[in-house]
Design a binder for this molecule. Structure first.
Ligand SMILES: *[C@@H]1O[C@H](CO)[C@@H](O)[C@H](O)[C@H]1NC(C)=O
Ligand SMILES: *[C@@H]1O[C@H](CO)[C@@H](O)[C@H](O)[C@H]1NC(C)=O
Ligand SMILES: *[C@@H]1O[C@H](CO)[C@@H](O)[C@H](O)[C@H]1NC(C)=O
Ligand SMILES: *[C@@H]1O[C@H](CO)[C@@H](O)[C@H](O)[C@H]1NC(C)=O
Ligand SMILES: *[C@@H]1O[C@H](CO)[C@@H](O)[C@H](O)[C@H]1NC(C)=O
Ligand SMILES: *[C@@H]1O[C@H](CO)[C@@H](O)[C@H](O)[C@H]1NC(C)=O
Ligand SMILES: *[C@@H]1O[C@H](CO)[C@@H](O)[C@H](O)[C@H]1NC(C)=O
Ligand SMILES: *[C@@H]1O[C@H](CO)[C@@H](O)[C@H](O)[C@H]1NC(C)=O
Ligand SMILES: *[C@@H]1O[C@H](CO)[C@@H](O)[C@H](O)[C@H]1NC(C)=O
Ligand SMILES: *[C@@H]1O[C@H](CO)[C@@H](O)[C@H](O)[C@H]1NC(C)=O
Length: 875
């Protein structure tokens, strides 16, 4: 349906009406209008409707002001006015022909209309009424009113499809639709050809030929670009495109303000335009910052940064919560509790920081240090002073800041000092703890004869002190041993007394008396009693007894016993007869001694035991009768057995001689009961040796005699005359056995050198008065005829044993030559002769010697003595 221009409004009545059809509320067509009306007769609404239909028309329904004015001018005044083709159907005002609802704003009611009266369902128009001219009113449908109808006159094919058929009076014209020209409006108007656009494409539709009226082109842009201008161009009836050709503009992403990127840097490349499609950016975050999103983003075809704009967010450290009782103050470089933030933790009074107070949020997102804690200041644990109890109470703990401790002393103790103390923020207690001092009791001292031992757990003689009295040994406690210092400061009991212990009373012993010293009372501990006996009596036991600590006497009281004299018993060789009033041989005893034969009383026969316990007289004895004292013989000894004392009755003595002496007489003798010896004493004589009558021949003898001549210990010295020598010992002694100590010596002549046999012509003639070639021998030399002696004629053997001269020689008278050879032969001959002679003599001597030895062994060397000259030894 084409709209109609309003320019034709005034050219003719009917044409003018066409304009209104456009706004007809009840529809209608683009037709020429012809109005019919009838007021004679007036009709009901229904009859009016039927009348219009009979005339191929419909009731007027138009509601515009212009149509209203037109009709108001056209129609004559009818006092009943005219019906409109509008009635109420189902409560809605409805057009009669089209059955469409009358639009509200087109309803043109008179004032205070429509009303609500029942049956007033049909609408009349006040044509040419003074008031509410051409306004509407609802009225009963059977009211009689004027009828006004309208009808159209154009035919279907009067014009081309691109024209409107315009009613004219009796005819019509083709009114071309815009964009069409020609008689029947069949040709479309042409528009300019369209230019190509970059990054875009188009889609055209040409209903009436290329780029002609109503050709339409739709433009499209490539991915990432969007159309700027109208996407659809329409070739208008004026021959102009209704819009300029659109442009493809690159899609813009949100502008990235790089100066606003914090904590990092963005590097971008823009192939088309800044921050546009296909722009890419790469984000690098600084240390301490985290990237959120991908590092690289691209502006996509939809104008969005994909996959989203990243950002560098500062690393967050976990929030620091102020520790209990602490505060945290932070200086933040970026954000609270983020990289660069520095926080200080402080504690409230009474708390101290454990840990480091300053923390820094590091690039790692961690705090440089753990959050320190505020720990409540702790005062030292209070140890209750001795004998006190401490009660602490504090909001933060018993020994913590603010805690108050109250000290209370135990019963019996006085508090010295302040009774409470408070834990200060410095960690110290406000006051020193007081001291609980035990209550003092008055001083006490140990009882006489006792001692006091106190245990003082709480100080000397103070509450709790317990003193125990103990009595010295021998003393008994009277009272309470222990006393205690009570909590009131008084003693529970008095110090007791120590009384000496008692011993049983004592009596004096018979024949005695008792005296006591009693330092602590009669017969009490410490009493010392001493017993004493009458004269002649003695105490059998200790004199003293003492009352001991056990209450007993240290010893029983001793008896007084009569003093005893030494027992006389049975005296040897006699007997006592006694009278004993107080016991044998005791004080008062009298005894008399009688002796046996051979014995005599020595002392007084009667004796008495005195009070001193001694006998009044020396104890008498029976002594054996005495014989005269004997002396041992000279050079002898005496051995006696003395049954009753030396040289007394019964003594037997035996004499013996020393070595070298022999007894002369009877050895034994006996003391008889008459007091005389039975025999005389013998003598000791020296043992005799052989009496030496004479000195040896040619010698002298000198004898000395110690005891008697030629007996034991006699000694004889021997010497020889000149020319003789002593053969044997020079002296002899007589031994104890009566033998001479040695063989007796002899005197032998001194020997000269033997003269050998002489050789021819010398010969010898010797005389030997004693022995050959010995003292006294003389030799005379003779030379044979024809020879004469050269030297001494004779030699003599001297007492010294040397020859008086040297041997002479025989010298030849004529020649004077000595025949040595003959001489030698003579010598050899002489020597042999001498040797043979000597051998014969020696043999004879040996035989005689052997024979003599058997008869006189003592005279061993008799051969040295001349039988005739050597005297026999005599006694
Ligand atoms: C980026 O941000 C800064 C600070 O807000 C501002 O001064 C500047 O004009 C902005 N630049 C752009 C291109 O928007
Ligand atoms: C945009 O970038 C993509 C790859 O990232 C490429 O395939 C495409 O051709 C680009 N568009 C234009 C119009 O250059
Ligand atoms: C800590 O904080 C508390 C309350 O927040 C305040 O009363 C007190 O004064 C602060 N102490 C310090 C040392 O800042
Ligand atoms: C932390 O304490 C230090 C030294 O006490 C001081 O210099 C610093 O300014 C403090 N910082 C803060 C954030 O309070
Ligand atoms: C501490 O002493 C004060 C007086 O000095 C007294 O009033 C208070 O009761 C005492 N407290 C205790 C627990 O004894
Ligand atoms: C202690 O002494 C009193 C008098 O001083 C006395 O009566 C009492 O018997 C004595 N007790 C003993 C056990 O000695
Ligand atoms: C004398 O005392 C001792 C012990 O002390 C006793 O054996 C003896 O019999 C006492 N003698 C007499 C005669 O009582
Ligand atoms: C008597 O005895 C005394 C001493 O015992 C003694 O010396 C004296 O020689 C004796 N008298 C007689 C005659 O034996
Ligand atoms: C007695 O003779 C001996 C040698 O037999 C000698 O030693 C001694 O001296 C002589 N005694 C005296 C007194 O000449
Ligand atoms: C005798 O002998 C001695 C020496 O032996 C000699 O001197 C002397 O002349 C001798 N006389 C004679 C007469 O031959």
């Amino acid at each position: 349906m084409m709209s109609q221009g309003s320019s034709l409004h005034h050219r003719m009545l009917i044409a003018a009406l066409i304009v209104f059809v456009q706004d007809l509320s009840c529809g209608g067509g683009a037709q020429a209008w012809t109005y019919n009306y009838s007021i004679t007769p007036n009709r009901s609404w229904k009859e009016a409707s039927q009348w219009c239909q009979q005339h191929s028309a419909e009731m007027v329904t138009i509601q515009t002001q212009e149509e209203t004015d037109f009709i108001n001018n056209l129609l004559p005044l009818n006092s009943n006015y005219y019906w409109l083709g509008i009635h109420k159907e189902a409560g809605v005002w409805t057009c009669d022909g089209t059955k469409e609802k009358v639009k509200e704003h087109l309803q043109n009611w008179a004032s205070r209309e429509p009303d609500d009266y029942a049956g007033h369902d049909c609408v009349e128009i006040y044509i040419k009424r003074k008031k509410d001219t051409a306004k509407w009113n609802n009225e009963k449908c059977d009211k009689m009113k004027g009828t006004v109808c309208y009808s159209a006159s154009c035919k279907q094919d009067s014009c081309s499809a691109h024209a409107a058929c315009v009613e004219t009076v009796g005819s019509h014209t083709c009114q071309c639709h815009p964009g069409f020209v020609g008689q029947r409006c069949e040709e479309a108007v042409a528009c300019k050809a369209l230019t190509e656009s970059q990054q875009g494409s188009r889609n055209c539709f040409h209903p009436y030929g290329s780029n002609r009226f109503n050709s339409s082109c739709r433009f499209h842009c490539g991915l990432g670009f969007h159309l700027l201008g109208s996407p659809q161009l329409l070739c208008q009836s004026s021959g102009e495109w209704n819009h300029p050709v659109p442009l493809c503009q690159v899609k813009q992403c949100p502008v990235l303000n790089l100066t606003l990127v914090s904590g990092g840097s963005m590097n971008c490349s823009h192939p088309f335009a800044p921050d546009s499609y296909n722009s890419t950016c790469e984000l690098r975050c600084d240390e301490g910052y985290d990237r959120h999103g991908d590092s690289q983003i691209r502006c996509d075809h939809s104008g969005q940064w994909t996959p989203g704009v990243p950002a560098c967010t500062v690393k967050k450290c976990p929030p620091i919560f102020p520790p209990a009782a602490g505060n945290v103050t932070c200086v933040d470089a970026v954000e609270p509790f983020s990289f660069g933030s520095r926080c200080n933790v402080t504690c409230q009074e009474g708390y101290h920081l454990t840990g480091d107070s300053s923390l820094a949020c590091l690039a790692s997102g961690q705090w440089s240090k753990p959050t320190p804690a505020c720990t409540v200041v702790q005062c030292d644990g209070l140890e209750a002073p001795p004998h006190a109890s401490v009660q602490c109470q504090g909001p933060l703990g018993i020994h913590s800041y603010g805690s108050i401790c109250a000290v209370q002393c135990e019963e019996g103790f006085d508090l010295i000092g302040t009774n409470n103390t408070e834990c200060l923020s410095s960690g110290n207690w406000s006051h020193k703890l007081p001291v609980c001092r035990a209550k003092s009791c008055r001083g006490i001292s140990s009882p006489p004869h006792g001692s006091l031992l106190c245990t003082d757990p709480n100080g000397p003689l103070s509450f709790g002190s317990r003193c125990t009295s103990t009595c010295d040994e021998g003393f008994i406690l009277n009272g309470t041993a222990s006393t205690e210092c009570t909590s009131l400061g008084t003693w529970s009991a008095d110090v007791p007394r120590c009384l000496a212990g008692r011993c049983p009373p004592l009596n004096s012993p018979p024949h005695g008396s008792l005296s006591c010293s009693d330092p602590h009372g009669e017969f009490s501990f410490g009493s010392l009693c001493t017993s004493a006996c009458e004269e002649g009596f003695f105490l059998n036991g200790t004199a003293h007894t003492e009352c001991t600590s056990r209450g007993t006497w240290s010893a029983a009281v001793s008896d007084c016993l009569a003093k005893r004299c030494p027992s006389l018993g049975h005296p040897p060789n006699g007997s006592f007869s006694c009278s004993d009033p107080h016991g044998d041989f005791s004080f008062g005893s009298r005894c008399t001694l009688t002796c046996e034969e051979g014995f005599v009383l020595n002392g007084t026969a009667d004796t008495q035991c005195t009070s001193l316990g001694t006998w009044s007289k020396e104890t008498p004895r029976c002594s054996a009768k005495r014989c005269p004292a004997l002396n041992p013989p000279a050079h002898g000894s005496l051995l006696c057995s003395d049954p009753h004392g030396g040289f007394r009755f019964g003594s037997r003595c035996s004499s013996a001689c020393e070595e070298g002496f022999v007894l002369s007489g009877t050895a034994d003798t006996e003391c008889t009961s008459a007091g005389v010896w039975s025999r005389e004493m013998p003598h000791c004589l020296a043992t005799p040796c052989l009496r030496l009558a004479k000195a040896p021949q040619h010698g002298t003898m000198n004898c000395s005699h110690r005891f008697s001549p030629f007996s034991y210990n006699s000694r004889c010295d021997f010497a020889c005359k000149e020319g003789f020598w002593l053969r044997g010992t020079p002296n002899v002694t007589c031994n104890s056995l009566g033998h001479w100590s040695q063989e007796l010596p002899s005197c032998r002549p001194v020997q000269c050198k033997g003269i050998p046999a002489l050789s021819f012509p010398l010969s010898i003639n010797c005389s030997h008065p004693l022995e050959d070639f010995s003292f006294g021998s003389q030799c005379v030399f003779i030379c044979a005829a024809g020879f004469s002696l050269n030297g001494t004629k004779a030699v003599l053997c001297s007492s010294d044993g040397v020859w008086s001269d040297t041997l002479p020689k025989c010298v030849g008278d004529e020649t004077g030559v000595t025949d040595q050879r003959v001489g030698s032969a003579v010598w050899v001959y002489a020597v042999i002769t001498v040797c043979v002679l000597i051998g014969l003599v020696a043999l004879g001597l040996l035989i005689s010697t052997q024979f003599k030895k058997k008869g006189a062994p003592i005279m061993d060397d008799v051969k040295s003595w001349d039988e005739t000259e050597n005297p026999a030894f005599e006694f």
